[in-house]
Each structure stands twice: as structure tokens, then as C-alpha cells.
Design a protein around this ligand. Sequence first.
Ligand code: PHE
Length: 533
Amino acid sequence: MANNNQSVHGIWRNRWIFILAATGSAVGLGNIWKFPYITGEHGGGAFVLMYLACIALVGIPVMVAEVAMGRRGRQSPINTMISLISEAKAGPAWKAIGWMGALAGFLILSFYSVIAGWALSYVLKLAAGTFVGADQALAGDQFSDMLGDPSGLMMWHTIFMVLTAGVIMRGVNKGIESAIQVLMPLLFVLLLVLIGYAAKNGNFAEAVHFMFDADFSKLSAESVLVALGHAFFTLSLGMGAIMAYGAYMPRQASIGTTVFAIAGLDTLVALLAGLAIFPIVFANGLEPSAGPGLLFVSLPLAFGNMAGGQFFGALFFILVTFAAWSSAISLIEPATAWAVERFKTSRVKATIGIAFIIWFLGIGTVFSFNDWSDYVFFAKTPDGIELFAVMSELKAMYPTAVDTLKGLTFFDLLDFITANIMLPLGGLLIALFVGFGMKYHHVYNEMQVKTPLFFNIWYVVLRFITPIAIGIVFIQGLLPECSFDSELLDADSGVCSNAPYLQPRLIGGVIIAIVYVGIIVKSLKKPARGLAE
Ligand code: PHE
């Protein structure tokens, strides 16, 4: 079996580099941009608590499993799956983990790169002093002007994709390692500086109350699904990024402690970002539920009114760009490593082909914020759900129900499908594969167990708690919520407020139920597997 081999793509120099690279993958726009705004949209404390629970019960166990799989297979996730399947004599359907993961990486990077482009363009804006002395209106206008200009967005998206491809071309050791070592610590320090500012000038007490006082009445089943999806997104799980990096991990390093370090750092950065942003939001009367613009409106406002803000602001967005960069690299690595193996081609050629496809897909996200912002999927109307609709036409059709009309733009749709469906589904399959598909003694062996108690706890959680938790959240979050909670039903329009997701809900729920039952039934038929086997 390949587990004693070295990967053809290189190997990290030591365990510390693996921690850095995986943290570089985990810490990114998910922590600094997405976590604060979805926390704002989903009501604060209760959502944060659910997110932390998902990290502990689902994220960490799956991350351990993913690293172990990668290290055992030592190839791209797609080929790692093929060799692990043959080692375990498991069914070929498990290959879906590798393929779905590479696809999720494509889709995520296509919008991730556009948002990273926003951060790039903000470096210039802040450095130029655009926000010096800014008020709320100016900060808001700057953001909407940026969104309204597709050619500008395209340019930044293109620059970011070129940067990402540039690192990937140089290969794992030279490219990825050197970029991350300096930047991660710097980002951390700058976040602390920002919190210092927010504590002095913002409404810190209100922010802490919002983020840490749990009011469960604000939590819908869909919010729990978003919390779960975000746990996967922020830890880079469920799509093979961590598996690909695990393939370059030295054999003797302990997986358990390493994963705790990575997940701990990632969570810390997200909470720090929240504590930097929300005090400013509340002090300036901004809306916590403002959506994707939250970071890009609140922080420039703070920088614009603080001493040295022009410099620190530019520096901050440079660091956000770097954090996004080190994540983007890991989003594209699984597909690149696979293409190199599959087509026996050079890394440079593989990278160019793949980066081009992702760049092209990204155009959809660029237009989601301007020319196509009117086109929505799963539109919620008083007469039911429309798979595809034009928002302005709907508004004209239902003048009395304008506020209840909702839909997903192309960007929203990509975000929803990847983070809330594909990644948790990938994580579910990973938990089941390592828990039931792989042979016990192979898993035990790969984990280099020093404390059997810890191993056993992890193994039980991975086999039973993690899959059931994901299953419940999926079924609750993807089924029409009004069947559980009639208060969500709008008496006038007759629409359930979660109805836009009716179809993905049903499909996702049914898939999950079938897969889980199938796997359990299959594994019951196998003879018991002990260490002696
Ligand atoms: N974890 C990254 C972030 O939080 C995003 C990411 C998702 C990276 C999936 C790789 C894989 O920004």
C-alpha cells in the first residue's frame, strides 16, 4: 500500500509546516468576511453557539479523518480514494468523495476569487485615503459603486486568479510554504490592533452581547444548516483540500493534536474578526444583517476615522487578500494534483487549464452583483416557488408582497449549494468511509495511536455522532420548515418563510437517508473487524 511512500508532489519539511499550510487553508474569507455577516444575518449568539458545536462534534472528527485518509493515500484526493477503496475492498461508489470534492473546489473558488478581488481593490482605496474622515453614507456608496462596475470586478477577479495559479504552478514546497509563514502571524496581530480600536471607539458591550448571548428563538432550522455548512467551509473540509495537504504530511506526526491546533486557530480568528467588526457596526447604527458588504462597509469606516488608518487599513486588506490567497491555493490543489497524475502533464499546464475554467465560472458571480442581480433562482412568491425568475417582474406582479419576495442570485446559489450541501455531504461520506468502509486496523495504524482512549472516543464520534448530526441537520434544514413550525407561515401570502429551499431540502434529505441506511446495512453484513485481522 502507498502509505509508506512519498507523494510525487513533495512533502512538508516538518509538522509545523503542515500546521501552517492547513491553517493557511482554513483561515480565509470564511473567517473574516463570511463568519461575521452570516452571524449578523442569523441573529448572533445562538448561531455562534451552533457553529461552535458543529466545529466540535462534526468539524474536528471529520478533519482528523480527512488528514488520515490523505496521508495513507499520498496522492490527489481522487486517486487517494481509488487506492483506499482497493485497500479496503470497498465499493466503487466511494469515489464520489474525490470527484464531488474537486467539483466543490471549482465552484467555491469561482466566487471566492471574486470576493478576494473586492479585498484587493480595497487595498488601493484605503491606501489612497478614500475613507479618511468617512461617514456611513460614503462607506456604503463606495461599496455599492464597486459592485456596480462589472469591468472593475472582472479585473480584480482576474488578478487574484493569476496570483493563485502562480503559487500553485511553483509546487507545494516552494510555492505554498514560503507565502504562508510570514503572513499568518501578521494577520493575527493586526486583528488584535483592530479589536483594540473597536474596544475604545465602538460599542463593544453591545457586540459581545450580540455575539455571545444566545437567543434560540432567533434560530431557524435553516440557520443550523448554515452553521453546519460554515463549520465545513471555514475548516476547508468535505472537499479534499485537507486530504490533499494530509498527503504531504510526514508519517510520524500526530494527527490529533495537529488538528486541534488548526481548528483552534481558525475558530479564534473568526471570533476575533467578529469582535473587531460588530462594535463598529453597532456604534455607527449599521445593520448587522447587512449581508456580504458588512466587512467592506464597517471596517473602512473605522479605519477612516482612526489615526494612521490609511496605512493600517491598506495593510489590513493586504492581509485579508493573503489569507484568501492561501485558502484559494488549497481550493485548486486537489484538481491540479489529480490532473498532473491523470494526464502525466506538468504542473504548469495543469494549473493553467484548471485556473482558466474557474476564472470563467467566476464571471457568473461578477454579474450577480450588477447586470444579473435581477435574475434569481428558487424565488419565493405568494403563489409558490419559481425555479428561475426575474425579480423586478415578480415585484411588479406582487406589489403588496414585495417584502416577502426572496430568491438566490447566481452567487447565492453557488454559495448555498457548495457550503450548505456539497461540503457537509462530502463530510458525511468521509465520516462513513473512515468509520465503516476502511478496515479498523488500517485506520488504527494510520493514526499512530499513543492514547487508545482518545482514539476510541474519536472513532465512536466519527461513526455515530457525526453522521447522525449531519443527517438531522440536513433533513431538518432541507425540509419545508413550516411542517415543524407553523409560525413561519405567512398568513397573508400563505408562504412558508423557508420555502425557497424546498426542493434542495427534499432532494438532500432523501439522498442522505438512503446513503446512511445503505452504509449501515452493508457494514452490518461484514464480519467483525478487530486488531487481529
Ligand atoms: N476555509 C476557507 C475560508 O474560510 C475556505 C475554503 C473552503 C478553503 C474549502 C478550502 C476549501 O476562507
